[in-house]
Design a protein around this ligand. Structure first.
Ligand code: SF4
Length: 81
């Protein structure tokens, strides 16, 4: 099986302390249509193998406190706001 490349087009980050908020993590897991966020009791984990599936829908940005979720378009250096 060929090695899979992740984070080629998209990277996603959640700032602290929001990243450690279990309720927010659960909400992010629920809203993202391509399962980039995993909610855990200690906060949000980014599911790296799904990053490039991001459809730039902004649902994660709208679900989180302003400025805490960053969806970076690695192919043009900009960030979804
Ligand atoms: S923009 Fe949409 S698809 Fe991309 S990480 Fe956020 S919720 Fe998921």
């Amino acid at each position: 099986m060929a090695e899979q490349l992740n984070k080629v087009f998209i990277d996603v980050a959640v700032d602290e302390p929001a990243a450690g908020d279990a309720a927010l993590a659960a909400k992010l897991e629920e809203v993202c249509p391509v399962n980039i966020f995993k909610g855990t009791p200690s906060g949000v984990e980014i599911v790296e193998e799904n990053l490039d599936e991001c459809v730039l829908c902004r649902l994660c940005i709208e679900a989180a406190p302003a400025g805490t979720v960053h969806v970076k378009k690695l192919y043009d250096g900009s960030e979804l706001t």
